[in-house]
Write a protein of this length. Structure first.
Ligand code: DOR
Length: 374
C-alpha cells in the first residue's frame, strides 16, 4: 500500500520545511517538494496541516494485567493512537507488578496483539513495588526494559535507591522517580495551600516532592547514574532540576498536561475527577512548570494517563483513587497552554517534548521520534 502526503508542514528534529512524503508498505521512501503521486497511491492532502514523527508517552497506566475493568492494553493503545502516539511506556503498577521478565513480556505481547502503537513496559525498581527489595535489573534489561520506576510511589529508602542508581549506571538503564516523601503526604487529598486550608482537607505539601527531587539529584551526583523525574509539579522542583542540569548532571524530567493547565482551586468542587498524584497545584507552580518546558529544564510532556472505573471517581475525595486521563487530549492541552501570549513556545519545541526527546529518554530513538526521511 502506497500513501502520498502532500503539501504538509514537515516538522522534525532537523527543523521545518514544506513538502510531500511518500510511504510504501509502512516505510518512508521519498520526501521533497517534487515527489508526485503514482498510479494507485492514496493521496492525503495535508495543506495547512503538520506532518511530524509520532509522539512518545513516557508515562501511561494501561492497567493490564490486573485492572482490566479500568483499561486494557488494547483500549489504552487505541487512546494513544487517537492522540498521535506511536509509542507508550507502560507503568509497572499492575497486578501482578511488572517486576519479572514474564509479566514484562506479557505486556509487550499484548501491545503487539493490539497492534496500534508500540508498548514498552517499564520495570519496577522494587519487587511488588514494596520499596524493600530490588528487582532483577540485569534480567529485565536483557529483556529490553530501559526505564525502571515504582511510580505510584517513590522509593523511600535512600540506601536502596543509592544501590538502584549504582546498578543502573552499570547496565545502561534509567531510574525514573516518582518524587514523594510519603511521611509528609499521609492521608492527603490535594495540594497543601490556602485553598486546602479553606476547605479543611488534608494537604500534600510541595516540599514532599522537592525533598525527593533534591535527594535523588544528590544520589545522581554521587553515583553518576542517570535519573528521570516523573510528573514534576512544583516551582521548587523546576528550580532544583534547572540547577542540577547547569551542574551537568545526567537528569531528565517530564511534566503532565494537567500540571500545566489546571489549578488546585478545582478541588472546591469536591470532585475526585481532580484528585491526582502529585496533586494539582497553584498558578505560580503552573507558570514555573510551563517555563521549565519552554527553556528545556523539563524535557518531555508525559500524560500520566491513569484511568479508574467511573464509580470509584464518584467516591468522596479521601476514598477515591488519584488519576486523570490524558492520551487523547495531550497535544491540544499542550498547544493551548504553552503557546500563550506571555510564553509562546514554538510548535517545534512542543513536538520535541512529545516526540524525539521522550524517545531518547526511553532509549527507543532508533525507532521513534526519527526525522522524516528515507
Ligand atoms: O494520579 C496518579 N495515578 N498518580 C500516580 O502516580 C499513579 C496513578 C495511578 O496509577 O492511578
Amino acid at each position: 500500500m502506497n500513501i502520498l502526503i502532500t503539501n504538509g508542514r514537515l516538522i522534525d528534529q532537523t527543523g521545518e520545511r514544506s513538502g510531500n512524503v511518500r510511504i510504501s508498505d509502512g516505510t518512508i521512501t521519498e520526501t521533497g517538494p517534487d515527489v508526485e503521486a503514482r498510479d494507485g497511491d492514496e493521496v492525503i492532502d495535508a495543506t495547512g496541516l503538520v506532518v511530524c514523527p509520532g509522539f512518545v508517552d513516557l508515562h501511561v497506566h494501561l492497567r493490564e494485567p490486573g485492572k482490566e475493568e479500568a483499561e486494557t492494553i488494547e483500549t489504552g493503545s487505541r487512546g494513544a493512537a487517537l492522540g498521535g502516539f506511536t509509542a507508550v511506556v507502560a507503568m509497572p503498577n499492575t497486578d501482578p507488578t511488572q517486576d519479572s521478565v514474564g509479566v514484562v513480556e506479557f505486556v509487550r505481547q499484548q501491545g503487539e496483539r493490539a497492534g496500534l502503537c508500540d508498548v514498552y513496559p517499564a520495570g519496577s525498581i522494587t519487587i511488588g513495588r514494596n520499596g524493600e527489595q530490588l528487582t532483577p535489573f540485569a534480567e529485565l534489561a536483557e529483556a529490553g526494559v530501559r526505564l525502571f520506576t515504582d511510580d505510584g510511589n517513590g522509593v523511600q529508602d535512600p540506601q536502596l535507591m543509592r544501590r538502584a542508581y549504582e546498578y543502573a549506571s552499570d547496565l545502561g538503564v534509567t531510574m525514573a522517580q516518582h518524587c514523594e516523601v510519603e511521611s509528609l503526604t499521609a492521608g492527603a487529598v490535594m495540594h497543601e495551600g490556602s485553598c486546602c486550608s479553606h476547605l479543611g482537607l488534608p494537604g500534600w505539601p510541595s516540599i514532599a516532592e522537592e525533598l525527593m527531587v533534591h535527594r535523588d539529584i544528590e544520589l545522581v551526583r554521587l553515583t553518576g547514574a542517570p535519573a528521570h523525574f516523573l510528573h514534576l509539579s512544583t516551582a521548587g522542583s523546576v528550580d532544583l532540576v534547572r540547577a542540577a542540569k547547569a551542574d551537568g548532571l545526567p537528569i531528565t524530567a517530564e511534566a503532565t498536561p494537567h500540571h500545566i493547565s489546571l489549578t488546585d482551586e478545582l478541588l472546591t468542587s469536591y470532585s475526585a475527577l481532580y484528585k491526582v498524584n502529585p496533586p494539582l497545584r497553584t498558578m505560580d507552580d503552573i507558570d514555573a512548570v510551563r517555563r521549565g518546558l519552554a527553556d528545556g529544564t523539563i524535557d518531555a510532556i508525559a500524560t500520566d494517563h491513569a484511568p479508574h472505573v467511573s464509580d470509584s471517581k464518584e467516591l468522596p475525595l479521601d476514598q477515591a483513587p488519584p488519576g486523570m486521563l490524558g492520551l487523547e487530549t495531550a497535544l491540544g492541552v499542550a498547544i493551548a497552554h504553552l503557546q500563550t501570549a506571555h510564553l509562546d513556545m514554538e510548535l517545534i519545541d512542543i513536538l520535541a517534548a512529545m516526540s524525539w526527546k521522550p524517545a531518547a529518554i526511553a532509549g527507543i530513538d532508533d525507532r521513534h521520534g526519527r526525522p522524516i526521511a528515507t
